[in-house]
Design a protein around this ligand. Structure first.
Ligand code: N01
Length: 536
């Protein structure tokens, strides 16, 4: 079996940066990646309209000033192909591919005699004292539990496993199931191409306009002169790790602490410039949007007002208005022309909450009250988020304990970084860290830097083993829950809670106090001699 100092699983941004940092430390590392190229989520999610909902100049690596100066983003929100080109550029610029094995899907991660043995479906086995799981938070696609799902006779396209050669829907009738971020981005683009598009919507989502557009060269030049300040601000000053970008970074204070007690007209006036400016930053107008039901209800009503003003058919507009969850408690969507798409003659919204899907047929789909015939079926039905990829690999730690058993009632970690019973195993943006509630690049860099510093600390002190303490893990799990329970997040019935996967324990998985607060805690742990970790 080949031996390394560290084995890394996954060559998305997390695995790539980890490899880069480990090499600088002089450690030998190998990355095992199931795809045939780098990019992780941006390698797989090639559906039409796929683009980032964080602004390009923030959603990028900060570790190399040369890289950030030389790379040119073309739009405010980068498309999937552009982000994938960026990932490939990073891999080539830092010669990362030499240590990445592609087409290697890991299926076993076992601790044997103090070493992590990692095996792939192709039969490759490698061994290392340290193992880093950089498998992504949204990397296991979720198929809908619908009768007859295998009976459709035409092509079935899954948003997160889209054919690399693309799909031409010209002259076709298309049915799409799923109106989360993926569906909301894909629907306007497919509608432009297809003869007819049926959108089967179970739960309407809140979406705000991206107001995307090309970046102005002079604006970018000026922004880049301030890049260090921006990066610092994203890492420390903002809860989500990204915000409304302006040339001069400055702390953003909400317009008001609360909308409680304000009239809807006052709230609308405050929100209107945010809507016009575009982006998820919309939710930051009021400090308590995600804490106070009254503020939240008024912000939600503003969006419903927008939907009603954009969508001409009143019944369609009403069906698109979310009413069953607080705004932001499910990930807010960021779109281009989503609601306006329903004004097209070739788009039909089918409300499958009211008229439930009974079965997929060879030629389309049957609801309780009707039948729809289409040529192509598109599934944008989400992911087994945060824990799916980790549990799919059969991770077995000390005394033969399986991660699946340890997490049978929901994920348990210390800081989202490590777990009791799994020494020398780290999870990049694992459950219990800000991860999906933040700019992933900010969170990835912070986690990788923390882990690499920890390895360096171990080397300096001659330690060979690190593991969180039980008390620290228990306290962290409680703290993550406490923070979530002080917000409206748990009311969302979202994938953050595992609510989209049948039988998955309902536990709010990400850490909701923000990247700045989380970074402080992680730094404090180090300053306090790695409080909560034991070394030997
Ligand atoms: O998945 P989702 P997603 N019958 O879980 C529906 C990130 N992302 O891939 O809500 C009918 O949000 C389901 O309906 P319901 C981002 O973090 C980012 O869109 O369960 N419908 C829902 O409408 C995002 O939040 C970007 O009632 C069924 C949809 O499928 C996360 O990925 C872009 C069904 C799933 O929505 C996940 O987004 C894309 C059934 N049986 C994704 N089963 C950007 O950066 C499921 N659904 C912009």
């Amino acid at each position: 079996m080949e031996k390394f100092d560290v084995v890394i699983v996954g060559a998305g941004f997390g695995g790539m940066y980890m490899l880069y940092r480990l090499r600088k430390l002089g450690l030998s590392a190998v990355v095992l990646e199931m795809g045939d190229n780098v990019g992780g989520t941006w390698y797989w999610n090639r559906y039409p309209g796929a683009r980032c909902d964080a602004e390009s100049l923030a959603y990028s690596f900060s570790f190399s000033e040369d890289l950030e100066q030389e790379w040119e983003w073309s739009e405010r929100y980068a498309t999937q192909p552009e982000i994938l080109r960026y990932a490939q550029h990073v891999a080539e610029r830092f010669a990362l591919k030499e240590d990445i094995r592609f087409n290697e899907k890991v299926n076993h991660v076992h601790l044997v005699d103090g070493l992590w043995q990692v095996t792939t479906e192709a039969g490759t086995s490698v061994e290392a004292p340290f193992c880093i799981l950089a498998t992504g938070c949204l990397s296991v696609p979720q198929l809908p539990a619908i009768d007859g799902i295998d009976d459709f006779s035409g092509p079935v396209y899954r948003a997160s496993l889209w054919p690399h050669e693309g799909v031409d829907f010209s002259g076709r009738t298309v049915g799409i199931i799923g109106t989360g971020s993926s569906g909301i981005q894909a629907i306007p683009v497919i509608a432009e191409q297809a003869d007819h598009l049926y959108v089967f919507q179970r739960t309407p989502n809140y979406s705000v306009p991206a107001v995307n557009g090309p970046l102005d060269d002079e604006w970018v030049r000026q922004f880049k002169t301030n890049y260090r300040k921006h990066r610092r601000f994203h890492k420390e000053g903002l809860s989500s790790g990204f915000g409304d970008l302006e040339i001069e970074p400055k702390p953003r204070t909400p317009v008001a602490e609360s909308a409680a007690g304000m009239s809807q007209a006052q709230v609308d006036e405050i929100l209107e410039p945010y809507w016009q400016r575009g982006g998820a930053f919309f939710l930051s107008a009021f400090a308590d949007s995600l804490m106070n039901p009254e503020t939240n209800a008024k912000v939600a009503e503003f969006v419903r007002g927008k939907i009603r003003s954009i969508v001409k058919d009143p019944a369609t507009a009403e069906a698109l208005c979310p009413t069953d969850h607080p705004i932001g408690s499910k990930r807010i969507c960021v779109d281009t022309d989503y609601y306006a798409t329903y004004n097209r003659d070739n788009v039909t919204l089918v409300n499958v909450r009211e008229d439930p899907i009974e079965t997929i047929t060879p030629t389309g789909l049957k609801t309780a009250s009707g039948e729809y015939v289409f040529d192509d079926l598109v599934l944008a039905t989400g992911f087994d988020a945060m824990t799916g990829a980790l549990l799919n690999m059969d991770v077995v730690g000390e005394h033969g304990v399986r991660l699946a058993d340890k997490w049978s009632a929901g994920p348990r970690t210390y800081l989202g970084i490590g777990m009791v019973g799994f020494p020398n195993l780290f999870t990049v943006t694992g459950p219990g860290s800000p991860s999906v509630l933040s700019n992933m690049l900010v969170s990835i860099e912070q986690h990788v830097d923390w882990m690499v510093d920890c390895l360096e600390h171990m080397r300096e002190h001659g330690y060979t083993r690190v593991e969180p303490d039980q008390v620290a893990e228990d306290q962290w799990v409680n703290h993550v829950n406490e923070i979530a329970n002080a917000t409206l997040f748990p009311e969302g019935g979202s994938w953050y809670l595992g609510a989209n996967v049948a039988g998955k324990p309902r536990v709010f998985m990400p850490y909701a106090a923000g990247v700045g607060a989380y970074r402080e805690i992680c730094e404090d742990v180090v300053a306090d001699d790695y409080r909560g970790f034991s070394f030997s």
